[in-house]
Design a protein around this ligand. Structure first.
Ligand SMILES: [Fe+2]
Ligand SMILES: [Fe+2]
Length: 214
């Protein structure tokens, strides 16, 4: 049951987030709805498999997850580590290297505790928006991709990789290909930057590739 008013959440985010993050958040919401609409028109196989009925109730879950995906993004590194410990989350060496990577998992915990959201579709979409996941719901996939490819991110300088994600959704209506491509460029960027690859990203990658690239 989602009793939260989306406009109330939006107003609280306006106060909580920086201007850049707030605009990004609104753009993720709009992009998530646009992606969903575009895929819905094609009667996507993924939706049939998941039995996710794209009624108003499910769309509201997608919007709620989009609005809250970066709820914990702007907390300090020390706060990320403190919260993860408080909530008993697994903290990996990659999290110690870049504590901000915890913001998705911390955000899901905070949304549950502070906003009383217990819906697993919403919470898993928040939790999985940085590294994807295993057995992702339709909503999780949409939030992961909308977060990467919302147009506000590359307003000034069009990123061809993000353009490709948009094309895979809007033109080819291929959610799986977009997901694989999105996670692939995230992992490649991590390698290029010389940082640790998060084990959750590796697990998600193996699961997704194993499932869709047989
Ligand atoms: Fe994020
Ligand atoms: Fe984001």
């Amino acid at each position: 049951m989602i009793s939260l008013d989306l406009e109330k959440i939006t107003e609280s985010l306006r106060l909580r987030l920086s201007e850049y993050r707030f605009k990004h958040t609104l753009s993720v919401r709009e992009t998530a709805l646009n992606f969903t609409k575009s895929l819905q028109e094609k009667g996507l196989q993924d939706l049939v498999a998941e039995k996710a009925v794209l009624n108003d109730h499910y769309l509201k879950k997608i919007e709620t997850a989009a609005l809250l995906h970066d709820y914990a993004k702007e907390l300090e590194n020390s706060e990320q580590l403190h919260l993860a410990k408080f909530y008993g989350l697994d903290v990996y060496p990659a999290d110690l290297e870049r504590p901000n990577l915890l913001h998705a998992r911390n955000g899901a915990m905070l949304a549950e505790e502070e906003l009383d959201i217990h819906d697993t579709v919403i919470l898993s979409a928040i939790r999985e928006h940085t590294f994807a996941g295993v057995n992702m719901t339709f909503a999780s996939k949409i939030i992961f991709l909308a977060d990467m490819a919302e147009p506000y991110r590359d307003d000034l300088d069009k990123d061809p990789d993000l353009e490709h994600i948009r094309e895979l959704i809007y033109k080819e209506h291929n959610l799986e290909a977009a997901l694989i491509f999105g996670l692939q460029i995230k992992i490649q960027d991590t390698i290029k930057s010389g940082k640790m690859i998060h084990p959750l990203a590796v697990t998600a990658w193996n699961s997704i590739v194993g499932k869709y690239k047989q």
